[in-house]
Design a protein around this ligand. Structure first.
Ligand SMILES: [Fe+2]
Ligand SMILES: [Fe+2]
Length: 314
């Protein structure tokens, strides 16, 4: 059985495969030479490690993002577990299984699938219903949606995070449309499910969540516009105004020019979608901050970059 980070305890010998998350070459205190400070991780967490032997050889052969085989011993240093690593080498024949190195969303996938299809079934607008039915009948897209993260770091940065995020907003949209009848429920729900579809092409999974070249060069808003347009092109008779409104919801969902929205929301459903997007992301970031707070500190989270603050956890 694979050794996981969360199982490691001081005194234990380690012989396992991990993702190399951080690697720093640092000078020895004596000034005579260097050592490597590394962080190793898997889906259960991460742990610091130190390498004192064959330093430059290992430094040149292993890169951050590599999957590495390590041997060593877990010790306690400054009250924290740390691995004294005796050997580390790149694991070249490893069949990348992202689920071993990247955490997964806690949502139940079968329930999520049911929810997704029942939301589409409940739509009244025949064009929006056709469009979503076409997209969900695309198995390649559906598989990508069930795996894709919604971000590299900030919110829903887990396998299946995009689905969790999109469903969260769609469910909130249904509730909000019941409170405010002036909202076009079908348009808002469709926008909720589609606003981030470009993310299936923006990220790739290996030992960590990374950007694809297209993701770096174009970003998920442009990729989403391209993807949505290609689906609508397959539906003869799809109203042009409705196409433009859906594209606008993708284009404007970040709300502000400074946040890479080429346009700000220009109708009610687009504006509501932007706010629901912010709410759903914030809920995930507050939740994760509480869940991931450092052991022994139950009052305050670590610094949360996406929220630009510490979170009070009581
Ligand atoms: Fe987005
Ligand atoms: Fe989003």
């Amino acid at each position: 059985m694979e050794t996981s980070i969360e199982q490691l305890r001081p005194g234990q010998a380690v012989n396992g495969t991990f993702a190399l998350r951080v690697k720093k070459l640092l000078p020895l205190r004596s000034g005579a030479g260097h050592y490597l400070a590394v962080v190793l991780g898997d889906r259960t967490g991460q742990m610091e490690g130190r390498i004192w032997e064959s330093v430059s050889e290992i430094d040149h052969s292993c890169r951050v993002g590599d999957i590495v085989n390590i041997q060593g011993q877990v010790v306690e240093y400054n009250g924290k577990a740390q691995i004294q690593i005796s050997s580390m080498s790149v694991c070249r024949d490893y069949e990348a299984d992202p689920g071993r190195f990247i955490p997964s969303s806690k949502i139940d996938l079968d329930t999520a699938r049911e929810q997704l299809f029942s939301i589409v079934k409940a739509l009244h607008d025949p064009h929006l219903k056709n469009l979503l039915s076409l997209i969900l009948a695309d198995n390649d897209f559906l598989n990508a949606l069930f795996k894709s993260p919604a971000a590299k770091h900030n919110h829903h940065a887990v396998i299946g995070g995009l689905l969790e995020h999109s469903l969260g907003i769609a469910n909130a949209a249904v509730g909000l449309a019941a409170v405010y009848p002036q909202i076009d429920r079908d348009l808002l729900v469709t926008g909720a499910l589609l606003h981030d579809i470009g993310k299936v092409e923006e990220y790739r999974l290996n030992s960590h969540i990374d950007f694809t070249d297209e993701g770096r060069l174009l970003g998920h808003i442009i990729l989403g516009v391209r993807l949505l347009d290609s689906y609508i092109d397959q539906l003869p008779g799809f109203p042009e105004e409705l196409r433009t409104k859906l594209l606008h919801m993708i284009v404007s969902h970040h709300g502000q020019y400074e946040l890479q929205s080429p346009k700000r929301p220009k109708f009610l459903e687009a504006a509501v979608l932007h706010h629901l997007d912010m709410i759903d992301a914030a809920i995930d970031m507050f939740n994760s901050a509480v869940e991931n707070r450092a052991a022994g500190d139950d009052h305050w989270s670590r610094w949360v970059k996406g929220l630009d603050r510490f979170v009070f956890c009581k």
